[in-house]
Design a protein around this ligand. Structure first.
Ligand SMILES: Cc1cc2nc3c(=O)[nH]c(=O)nc-3n(C[C@H](O)[C@H](O)[C@H](O)COP(=O)(O)OP(=O)(O)OC[C@H]3O[C@@H](n4cnc5c(N)ncnc54)[C@H](O)[C@@H]3O)c2cc1C
Length: 638
């Protein structure tokens, strides 16, 4: 595809962004108010972008499906946000953060984007401190840091186990200031259901007012999607129940390429599943692996309570297998190791699908109080959910779907291949390659929103002719008619099965065959089943209520319908990528000791897929990845 141009600027890696910022044209401050920007999503990425645009003088319309931006899924982020400040004087630098992120992503991310991210990480901390985000401080009053997986330095800034909430309050404050100033018009309880293209450029959206059921048309000079990740394709994940693929899937159907959909992250430390009626899984932050030690009994079937298993009879398998990173091995590696233990019959708890995360030694060292200071709210959450006291007995944890590295393809300017359609945060594919390191999603979302898009959107506005378009244009009429038709179709099936039940079956299927381990045979099996499930959905779906009023059953059904279409692409991408890398583990491609075996000769590229129709083979476009600075090597944490 001719327009699959990453637009990475030339010159040395360290100066690309500076030079690019200088070379992009600026919009005259007096002209900024002539541009309207739609921002869909007001989580960290979207709120940061909307506030920054408005601060610059653009007119912004911001949308979210919750009742307030404060309820975006970003609020759930627990552990922290990375930055290369090197406050600990332990050897960190922009370069090291860049290198760790490229390596952590198993050499499947763009060097230039990742270096820019590492550079901007420091600005984010300054910005958030200025907003009053209460980051933890050390005894001298300086900002404190802890370690996260895949790094040997402490570079994670945190606000206890509520970092996302505090950062979101900061971004929400900045956004609210602009709402009050009249520069941002906030549309909450709206669900974007289509992107409108005029002359091939993104010029608006169609959304449904979730309170009244009315469809609305909104026009602008550019559309920014910051709509989060799609982990809920697995039905159960650590994400908020409302997270979905709808916005980016509908944009994909309008021509935006979807990159690396099979790069999904399974987080090693979640509270294990405890029943079929469960709607979500709960994360226990990676920060806990700073002090918690992961182990299982060495003997199969050892049913003794954990405190009666002597040290010599415990396998601290991460420390044993990966002595240099130990319990802070990256997520993909730690997840697979835990699964491996359980597959070998060494799992603990009633189901055998769990391993211990034990704070005995940390409590002996620092006392319960010391541990509570760092992780108190997480311990409380664990106790509430499991009715067990993690200060007295080790936590039980198991891997669960958590984050999606895949997303809409974007160039260096965060613009998709559709001109005027920008994608930020978890919704794009940009910076994490095949595996995201802990504490780097917040960093990316905020870098995108506060520090990248405010510059690059100006580059777009100054380089394009964007004649006025209003919502009476036929593209809006057609978009609205298609959305209306889909709503009507969903409401008219009138079958017997709930959307939840379809979602649950789809989730089981993709978790089983496209979860922690993927094989050619398994993927083909799932690919054969998904179209049947989708057909049954359209024949036997039951949705209560009506289409022209508040109807959460309808909202859910619409999202499940999109997951059922998207699953084909997820499986196709996983089948196509016959190598193992990061979170994508193809069982046919592993080393003798069970580690992922990459195939750089054939897969050192971004897979960007073009939509050709529901149930039809998508077209693959490849963006080659070139590593001039961080030369691909076998990823080792041993
Ligand atoms: C439990 C948990 C803990 C985590 N902890 C950390 C951590 O410690 N550090 C870290 O770096 N990362 C962490 N992450 C990951 C991180 O929180 C997310 O990747 C990040 O917050 C996503 O931000 P976002 O702005 O891209 O999307 P979100 O916060 O998901 O926001 C999406 C926005 O889009 C809107 N939206 C979506 N679809 C539509 C639509 N169709 N129409 C209108 N609006 C729409 C929503 O209303 C919302 O406003 C964690 C994730 C989880 C699940």
């Amino acid at each position: 595809m001719s327009n699959l141009d990453s637009k990475v600027p030339g010159g040395p890696l360290e100066s690309k962004w500076e030079r690019h910022k200088f070379e992009m044209k600026l919009v005259n401050p007096a002209n900024k108010r002539k541009f309207d920007i739609i921002v869909v999503g007001t989580g960290l990425a979207g709120a940061a972008a909307a506030a920054s645009f408005a601060e610059l003088g653009y007119n912004v319309k911001a949308f979210c499906f919750q009742d307030s931006p404060r309820r975006a899924h970003s609020i759930s982020a627990q552990g922290g946000i990375n930055a290369a400040k090197n406050y600990q004087n332990d050897g960190d630098s922009v370069w090291r953060l860049f290198y760790d992120t490229i390596k952590g992503g198993d050499y499947r991310a763009r060097e230039a984007n990742v270096h820019r991210l590492a550079e901007l990480s420091n600005n984010i901390i300054d910005q958030c401190v200025a907003q009053g985000v209460p980051f933890a401080r050390d005894y001298g009053g300086l900002l404190d840091n802890r370690s996260f997986g895949g790094a040997l330095v402490s570079r994670t800034f945190y606000a206890r186990g509520q970092t996302g909430q505090q950062l979101l309050l900061g971004a929400y404050g900045a956004l609210s200031r602009q709402v009050r100033a009249g520069n941002v018009k906030m549309f909450s309880r709206r669900e974007m259901l289509d992107v409108v293209l005029v002359d091939g450029k993104a010029r608006g959206i169609i959304c449904r007012n979730l309170l009244t059921g009315e469809l609305e048309r909104h026009a602008a000079h550019a559309v920014v999607l910051a709509t989060g990740g799609y982990s809920n394709v697995f039905f159960l994940s650590t994400n908020a129940v409302g997270c979905n693929v709808t916005a980016i899937w509908r944009a994909h159907k309008r021509g935006a390429l979807f990159a690396n959909p099979c790069f999904t992250q399974i987080h090693p430390t979640c509270i294990p599943l405890h029943g079929e009626g469960q709607s979500k899984l709960t994360l226990m932050s990676e920060s806990l692996r700073n002090d918690g030690r992961v182990w299982v009994p060495r003997q199969k079937g050892d049913k003794r309570p954990p405190d009666q298993v002597p040290d010599g009879e415990r396998s601290y398998f991460l420390e044993e297998r990966y002595p240099s990173y130990g319990n802070l091995a990256p997520r993909d590696i730690a997840s697979r190791a835990a699964k491996d233990m359980c597959d070998h019959g060494l799992g603990v708890g009633e189901t055998g699908l769990a391993v211990y995360l034990d704070f005995r030694d940390a409590i002996a060292r620092e006392g319960e109080e010391g541990v509570a200071k760092k992780y108190g709210n997480l311990f409380q959450m664990y106790a509430k959910i499991t009715d067990e006291n993690p200060y007295k007995a080790p936590m039980r944890i198991y891997p669960a779907p958590h984050y999606t590295m895949g997303g809409l393809w974007v160039d260096y300017n965060l613009m998709s291949n559709v001109p005027g359609l920008f994608v930020l945060g978890e919704a794009n594919f940009s910076d994490h390659g095949a595996n995201r390191l802990g504490a780097s999603a917040l960093m990316q979302g905020l870098a995108d929103g506060y520090f990248v898009i405010p510059y690059t959107i100006a580059g777009y506005f100054t380089g394009e002719k964007l004649p006025a378009v209003d919502t009476s244009h036929k593209a809006f009429t057609q978009g609205e008619a298609e959305v209306e038709d889909r709503v009507r179709r969903i409401m008219s099936v009138n079958g017997k099965r709930t959307s939840r039940s379809f979602h649950q079956e789809l989730g089981h299927l993709v978790w089983e065959y496209c979860g922690m381990g993927r094989s050619d045979a398994g993927l083909k099996k799932a690919m054969a089943r998904v179209p049947d499930l989708r057909a049954e959905f359209w024949e036997n779906l039951k949705v209560a209520g009506s289409g022209d009023a508040f109807n959460q059953d309808l909202e859910r059904a619409g999202r499940v319908a999109d997951f059922l279409e998207f699953a084909d692409l997820l499986l196709t991408d996983a089948l196509n990528r016959t190598e193992s890398c990061g979170g994508h583990f193809r069982v046919e491609s592993q080393t003798e000791d069970g580690e992922a075996r990459r195939d750089d000769a054939n897969f050192s590229h971004v897979s960007a897929w073009e939509f050709t129709g529901v149930g039809k083979e998508p077209v693959l476009h490849k963006e080659p990845l070139v590593f001039e600075y961080a030369k691909p090597a076998t990823r080792s944490y041993k």
